[in-house]
Every structure is written in C-alpha cells, then in structure tokens.
Design a protein around this ligand. Structure first.
Ligand SMILES: Nc1ncnc2c1ncn2[C@@H]1O[C@H](COP(=O)(O)OP(=O)(O)O)[C@@H](O)[C@H]1O
Ligand SMILES: [Mg+2]
Length: 409
C-alpha cells in the first residue's frame, strides 16, 4: 500500500507498506525530515528504513500483551502489526498517522483527540467475542504499548486509559494510586490515577495527558538521537541527548522520578515508561512528561515474605540497584521532611476497600505499608549523609527490557 506518513497535517514521507506484513517496504521520498519520528537518522535526504520500521513496529500492541493472543484469534489475524494500518496508525499519545494514497482523509476528521472512536477493539482486548461483521477498527487501542491488559475509553467526554493488574495479586492499579498520592504529597508532576471496579476486578484509570497539540516522545527514542559512547553512563547519555535537543529542566524532573521510584521500589521504569513532551507542530520541546506507569512496584509480583525481606528488587532505567540510582540525584532540597511522614499510612488507606481482600490479604497490606515506611527512613538517612552525586558507568543497566508479567519459574 502506498501512503504518506503524516504528522498532524504535515506530510512527512511517502511510504510503501507491505500489505501482508505491515512492514515498511520502501521510503520513497522524505518530504519534511525534521518531522520524522525522533531518532530516525536521515543521510543525504535518505531516511533509515530499518530505524523507521523499528519505530513503526513499536507502535503496534506488543506480542507479550496480556490477552492479545486470544484477541488476534478472535479477529482471525496473525500479527498485531496488521491492526496498525486499520486505524491509520492513529494514537492518543502522539500525532503520527498514515494516509493511504487516493484517500481523502484529513486530520480534523479522523484524529482521536477530537473525534469519537470505536469500543470494538477494546472489547475484544478485554476478552469479549467479536460482534458481527461490522467490526470497527478505528481505535487508539491498536497502537497502545505495554504488557498489561488495557483500553482507551471516553468517560464523561475525557479520553481515559483503563489498565488492569497481573495475577495473582492485581496490585498494579492500587500501586498507581499510591504513587499518585506520594507524588501529590512531594510535589512531583504526575498523571493522577484512580481505581475503577468492574465485575469485581480492579483497574486503574487515568486521563490522557497528551493533547491534540502535544505528544509524548519516549526516553528510548530520545536516546536514539546520539550514539552512546561506552565511557558515558546511561544517565549522562540521556541528559546529554535532552540538552542537545533543547528540552528544558530535565535534571530536576529526573531527580524527582528517581526519588519516587526509590520510595515505591519501582521495578519497571524502562525507557518507554518516561519521556519528554513536545509541540507536534512547532516541534518545541516542552519538558519532561508527567510521571506515569508506576504500578510495577511495591513488590507487585513478590510473596509477602519477599516484600518483608526487601530482596531481589530490580531497578531501571539507569542503575541496576536503587541505592546506586539514588546517587544520581543532584538535589534533594525540594523534599519537605514533613511530606515524608506517614507515607506508609497513605499506602495502607488505598487498600481499605473491602473488595481488595479477594486479591491482597491483610498481611500483604502490612508488608507493603512497612516497606514504604522503611524506605522513607533509608531515604532520610541517605539525604542526611549528604552523599555527593555520582556519575559513572558502574552498575549501569545494560538493556532496556520491559517486564512481561509471565509466571516466573
Ligand atoms: N495518560 C496517558 N496519556 C497518554 N499516553 C499514555 C498515558 N498513559 C500511558 N500512555 C502511553 O501508553 C503506553 C502504555 O501505558 P502504560 O501505562 O505504560 O502501560 P503498561 O503498564 O502496560 O506498560 C505508555 O508507554 C505511553 O506511551
Ligand atoms: Mg509501560
């Protein structure tokens, strides 16, 4: 299929897509190189097809998404890439899309920020059978990332992301709310999450923080804008890439995200779980995106005893150990000590709904509460010790891999 890669109303490149696989077979012409997805190199007017295919593939639902195999079977499709073309690659996190040659589609009429979208795809992703033959594929669910079961829904006129938790504890939705409360207390810019119960199961809900004018560019894409030298730490490479692009106030925002992730023992802050916001038309960098996806934390997949023992906690995206990552923080001055008091209680309150007990028992709630309080104490000790900020490659994370929630052997 011949089509144009569009960025809102701007034609970016002419593409030839393979109808069978959804792969980009050829980039026939680059029209506006500066509007190509961030980190896709252009040399002498020729865009890197491999890198553009990476970006395009990353836009489809990951094969590791909970429930996706069943959804593909229901739709009689073999690959989630096939879904991309059917919604013109439209998303609620950025402004890219593809316009097939010969069609009269215009941005105003088809974007999901201003126009309604179908619930069909979300229904199938949430386990329903396909309804009849008039299935409507126009949905931002075809381009959503991440492994947890999720769907976009318009609630009271607002575009909201509804996301489940992994078995057996279904803890991620509650963790999102705990993280929300901690960030509100500490003054960290964040996406607020709340709990939604549906058919006795907990989900988290948050509003779209991207608008029809802005877009989220993941840290992973930012890191592709320069080649990382071996002698540079992952942290320094990210900060340098942001600085070269001209994104403002990244270091203070990273300080805050690292402190949050320490407090909640976040295990999945990989490079697609944070990023920058920019204006999609002017390409002006607006700064660090509000913190989202903090659910894979607080021992979400661990046994109660493991949470108590405070063991085997993975750390991302910069260092493999949270204690080392904390050493990257250059300023703790924004933390008011009284904001840290009682954070354990804040966590406990989130589990107070009687419906929680089916998934998380009282002993687990206590283990989580105590673990938060313990980490608050460590953080206070760490701040008081005035350890100078450190920046070396020692203990760096080597690969950017997202948690897949498959049962551990
Ligand atoms: N509130 C939001 N507004 C816009 N885009 C979002 C929002 N929340 C998440 N996203 C996008 O959707 C992707 C998947 O959501 P995420 O919460 O990270 O799910 P998961 O926990 O499965 O990784 C994110 O990587 C981000 O690109
Ligand atoms: Mg995520």
């Amino acid at each position: 299929m011949k089509c144009t890669l569009m960025h809102k109303r701007i034609a970016v490149a002419k593409l030839d897509l393979d109808d069978e696989t959804g792969f980009i077979r050829k980039i026939e012409k680059v029209i506006r190189a500066e509007h190509l997805p961030v980190g896709v190199p252009v040399r002498q007017g020729i865009a890197d097809r491999r890198e553009l295919n990476h970006w395009w593939t990353d836009r489809s639902i990951p094969a590791s998404r909970s429930g996706v195999r069943e959804a593909l079977e229901t739709l009689n499709l073999t690959d989630t890439k096939m879904l991309l073309v059917r919604c013109f690659g439209l998303s609620l996190s950025d402004q890219y899309w593809i316009c097939p040659d010969g069609s009269d589609l215009v941005w105003e009429k088809i974007n999901f920020f201003d126009n309604p979208f179908s619930d069909d795809m979300g229904d199938v992703l949430f386990g329903q059978q396909k309804k009849g033959n008039d299935f409507d594929f126009s949905s931002p669910d075809n381009t959503s990332d991440g492994c947890l079961k999720k769907r976009w829904k318009i609630i009271n006129g607002k575009r909201c992301l509804i996301k489940g938790g992994s078995n057996p504890y279904r803890q991620q939705p509650f963790n999102e709310v705990i993280a929300t409360k901690i960030m509100a207390r500490l003054g960290i810019e964040h996406v607020p999450y709340s709990i939604l119960w549906e058919k006795g199961e907990p989900y988290s809900v948050c509003e779209d923080f991207v608008t029809a004018d802005t877009e989220l560019i993941s840290a992973w894409r930012i890191m592709q804008t320069q080649k990382k030298e071996n002698s540079k730490s992952v942290y320094r490479h990210f900060v340098d890439c942001c600085q070269t692009l001209g994104a403002p106030d990244v270091v203070p925002a990273l300080d805050k995200m690292i402190v949050l992730d320490y407090l909640i023992a976040n295990e999945d802050r990989h490079l697609n779980n944070f990023g920058l916001l920019r204006n999609a038309e002017t390409l002006e960098w607006l700064g660090f995106a509000p913190v989202f996806d903090s659910g894979s934390s607080l021992g979400y997949d661990k046994l109660n005893a493991e949470i108590r023992a405070n063991k085997n906690i993975t750390c991302k995206p910069f260092k493999k150990r949270h204690e080392d990552q904390l050493k990257l923080v250059s300023d703790f001055g924004w933390i008011k000590t009284d904001c840290l008091a009682d954070l354990g209680k804040t966590a406990e309150e989130v589990f107070s709904d009687a419906r929680v007990a089916e998934f998380i028992d009282e002993s687990r709630v206590q283990a989580i509460t105590e673990s938060v309080q313990r980490r608050v104490s460590y953080l206070e000790e760490f701040i008081n010790a005035q350890v100078p900020a450190e920046d070396s490659t020692e203990g760096d994370v080597e690969e950017n891999i997202a948690e897949d929630y498959l049962p551990k052997m």
